[in-house]
Design a protein. Structure first.
Length: 449
């Protein structure tokens, strides 16, 4: 076992980012990816998903011999003083997290970790999962510390968030192990300006907090943080629905509401609701944890219900404006769950395209990064195009469903030229309402009066 050698289990957004960054902070990192196709891509010095700045960090670390992509636990775990678990936690049909990868990875690592090793859980798991893994390690009689180190990075700004963090949280019963993991981030912080320059990501002089907690608190911090952000979005969307009825503008409302420092403006952007691999799952995971412990988290059930209503609400707004959707040509622009990523998990743009298609519209769709990823989730009748213009040409209406800069920068007259109709639904509130109307189009926002 080598103090400076670390294994990262799982090469998704969290695993690959963590591995590549720590490889630039003085550590030798093995990153395990069992999927052969993905592993082959990583070995060439690229990630298999789109994330700003990440490829150059991977490539330079591999070339320097500090990042070793592999599918072998045997070649990596026994040499490592720290093992990060960053495996996936897909949804169960009932909305709870499927932990089979989490437990499978821990079992596999348990057979190979050397005494004194620290096992770090980065995958988002329901509170009390760590206790179960710790008990499993004890049962096997291995001398390994278990800590929870929740991840707060956002897709699309993964490098920036990890380098210029608000807080690093590490929770566990073994305080020495907690301190060792906090120190890894201190080493990363020492290198962050150099890494940011190499990756060409924005730099920020932020002094993040290092927070050490109990094991269960760390697990609960992670899901509570995501749940609260989801709650803010659903709150903004509820107010947007009211704004639509009372002829108010939700952007004006949230700008002023968010100016109160106690509230804050972030995550009060109304629109087609939240998607992605985290918020929908963490909200349902928290609801399930509550129910298992006899606590009814009604506030989160409400947030979830509001969110689930939003794609349908957007389609309804278009229907109201066109009278009927049957046979109408509609272009959906934006399929990624947000800009800056090719991820389409629980994407509202995909949901909107499918609802439109089911209701009889002829749907074409385009995303600057996520067409390929979206294909499997879209109904067969939805036609994917290679440009926004191809999707919009000859359409009765267009719906903007992801806030890509490419769409933000469109001149309303270009949109008017492409469409045969006039309806423009801005489901991410990125267009200039007045300029859109002045181009002879009909601006339809979410909560924009
Ligand atoms: C989220 C959290 O922001 C991260 O802190 C956390 O680490 C991550 O989940 C995770 O658990 O791994 P992410 O899912 O990448 O990050 O994306 P966000 O930027 O938070 O956006 C989530 C969704 O909310 C997107 O669909 C976005 O369009 C939507 N959103 C966001 C809104 O609808 N309104 C807003 O005001 C903000």
């Amino acid at each position: 076992m080598n103090e400076k050698t670390i294994t990262v289990l799982g090469a998704g957004y969290v695993g690959l980012t963590t591995a590549a960054l720590l490889a630039h902070a003085g550590y030798k990192i093995y990153v395990i990816e069992p999927n052969q196709k993905r592993l082959d891509v990583i070995k060439t010095g690229r990630s298999f998903f789109y994330e700003e700045g990440l490829d150059v960090i991977i490539k330079t670390a591999i070339d320097a011999g500090n990042l070793v992509p592999t599918d072998s636990y045997e070649d990596s775990v026994p040499q490592s003083s720290v093992v990060f678990s960053c495996v996936g936690t897909p949804d169960n049909p009932d909305g709870s997290s499927n932990l089979s990868y989490v437990f499978g990875a821990a079992e596999q690592a348990a057979a190979l970790m050397q005494p004194g090793c620290v096992y770090v859980q980065k995958s988002t798991v329901p509170v009390r999962t760590g206790e179960r893994i710790e008990a499993m390690f004890k049962e096997k009689g291995i001398d390994v510390a278990y800590v929870s180190n929740p991840e707060f990075l956002r897709e699309g700004t993964a490098l920036y968030d990890t380098l210029f963090f608000d807080r690093v949280v590490v929770g566990g019963n073994d305080k020495k192990a907690v301190e060792r993991v906090l120190n890894l981030y201190r080493d990363l912080e020492a290198e962050r300006e150099t890494i940011a320059r190499l990756a060409e990501v924005e730099s920020h002089p932020r002094k993040g907090k290092y927070i050490s907690t109990s094991l269960n608190s760390a697990e609960l911090i992670k899901v509570s943080a995501n749940a609260f952000l989801a709650l803010k979005i659903s709150f903004a969307n509820s107010i947007a629905k009211l704004a639509d009825k009372v002829d108010a503008d939700v952007v004006e409302v949230m700008d002023a509401v968010g100016a109160d420092e106690r509230i804050g403006r972030a995550f009060l952007n109304a629109g087609r609701g939240y998607g992605g691999g985290c918020f929908p799952k963490d909200v349902s995971g928290l609801i399930s944890s509550g129910l298992e412990n006899g606590v009814d988290l009604e506030v989160m059930q409400a947030a979830q219900a509001v969110n689930q209503s939003m794609p349908g609400y957007v389609v309804e707004k278009l229907q109201d404006s066109l009278d009927s959707l049957i046979g109408k040509k509609v272009a959906v622009l934006g399929l990624a769950f947000k800009s800056g990523t090719s991820d389409v998990r629980k994407s509202p743009g995909v949901a909107i395209a499918n609802v439109l298609s089911k209701q009889g519209a002829i749907v074409s769709a385009y995303d600057p990064q996520a067409n390929e990823e979206a294909e499997a989730d879209l109904l067969r009748a939805v036609r994917l195009t290679g440009s926004w213009r191809d999707a919009a040409d000859g359409s009765d209406a267009v719906i903007f469903a992801t806030e890509w800069n490419e769409f933000r920068e469109l001149n309303p007259t270009e949109i008017a030229d492409a469409l045969t109709g006039t309806a423009v639904v801005d489901a991410v509130n990125i267009l200039d309402k007045q300029a859109t109307n002045e181009a002879g189009l009909r601006y339809i926002g979410v909560g924009r009066s």
